[in-house]
Write a protein that binds this ligand. Sequence first.
Ligand code: C2E
Ligand code: CA
Ligand code: CA
Length: 510
Amino acid sequence: MPLKAQTRSRRRRIAVTLVSGLLPVLLGAAILYMQAGRALKQDTEQIAEEAVRQFDLMLDNTAQAARELLPLSGKSCSDVNLALREQVTRRPFVRSTNLVWDNNLYCSSLFGDFEEKINPGDYTQGALWLMNGNPVTPNTSLLVYRLSEGKKGALTTLDGYHLGNVLRLIGRQTLLLLQVGPDWMSADGKVHREAVPELPVAQSRLTSGRYAFAVEAGFPKGETWRYMSSEYPPLFSLLIFFGVIAGSIGHFLQKRSSSPTHEMQRALEASEFIPYFQPVVHGDGKNWSGAEVLMRWKHPKEGLVRPDLFIPFAEHSGLIVPMTRSLMRQTAALLGPQSARFNEPFHIGINITASHCQDLELIKDCREFLDAFQPGSIQLVLELTERELIEPTAITLQLFGQLRELGVKIAIDDFGTGHSSLGYLRQFNVDYLKIDQSFVAMIGIDTLSSHILDSIIDLAVKLDLALVAEGVETLEQSDYLRAHQVNFLQGYLYGKPMPAAEFISALSNH
Ligand code: C2E
Ligand code: CA
Ligand code: CA
């Protein structure tokens, strides 16, 4: 597999794994966040409703006292004083009662005769005034209820202590305020006149349908996350679990789709494996007696990839068989039409791996290949490397028998680097030995290698096998080989592996 492509795809794999793992976690967290927001909003709405209900009940109590006292307005204070005090005593939330005549407070449950001007404008909707204290109890807030009819008037006050209690007890976890006109009371019972504070999370405002006040409930900043971390730990664990599962699946799928096997499967379907042709010449060095078909991967990004970088993966995954089949079909389609130009049988060498010889499919492949040429115009040679010997089983022996019947010849590739025995060469009816290029390279350099080369040549002569020398690069090598009766030569000296078009156009010169 090309290295650059490997690192790139590894980085992409890590990124996709991270994204597929994080996505469910983030999505789940966003849903939980919205869910928490909804739960908190429901909370504040309920709390505001409950607070309004409580304040309405208290004001009912206070208003009732005012209604009972209103008819007494105008009577002399000494006559009604007892009635004023009775209301204070009988009603739990009433702190004081007062009578008014013509906007003049003239009688109080606390002081009896009194003298104070009343300004109706101080009262929200003329009825309610939330204040921080009065001359009697300057530090205790109170809510004054005003009832008037013509010149008659009654004022009853509700102790701020009770209001503060409601705010504290109902809104234990919440920020809760009571607002009357421009004034508002916090849970500590203090009355303020500055702007009402912002309640950033789940703010709910509810106005009483019966009295001139409103209640506001909400939470401080960050409450949603606090709520989530206290209420949702099991769900968070579940999210992380899903994240890990999704990440692993992403990783697995990525790995599968970017594995060498998967990538080669794709390349095979895209016909990216193409044949190159290297000429094989007669001992005389002029005429081409044939060619070896060598596979190349025309990778869309990496360019032309050498076979030793991908053939091992192809052999390992078993893809080598369909890849070789495709190579044979392409070769047949390219060279078949050239049949008429071959005066004597043109040798076409195809590299075959041992795994291709495990069944009789190879017979079909060879027959199909031969059918593309005019009869007798070519000689198909299967090259089997000596490093990977084929086991003599009933099937392989049958296979090689049928190949022979078809007229297909067998060459042992890289000869001298493996361990084939005389028996082996006979058993499979070998026709050619291809001398490995490492021996050819040592001609004139290393005497020991030259001895091995000489013994290979002797052996071939004794066994009546034809010899092909690979990797011939210099005239010295070719002279030596020719002098030793090596029948066929192959190497850069005569031509490098080349694409089909170049090979076909060069054919006519040779
Ligand atoms: P091989 O079958 O021994 O092929 C000969 C290799 O030697 C080729 O390398 C060829 O380009 C190279 N060669 C030819 N003449 C010279 C020369 O004068 N000097 C030097 N230094 N090298 C020369 P290539 O094409 O890179 O193929 C490498 C190996 O990949 C092949 O070795 C063969 O084992 C394998 N291969 C190539 N195509 C196929 C195929 O279709 N199927 C299978 N199973 N294996 C293949
Ligand atoms: Ca070969
Ligand atoms: Ca070889």
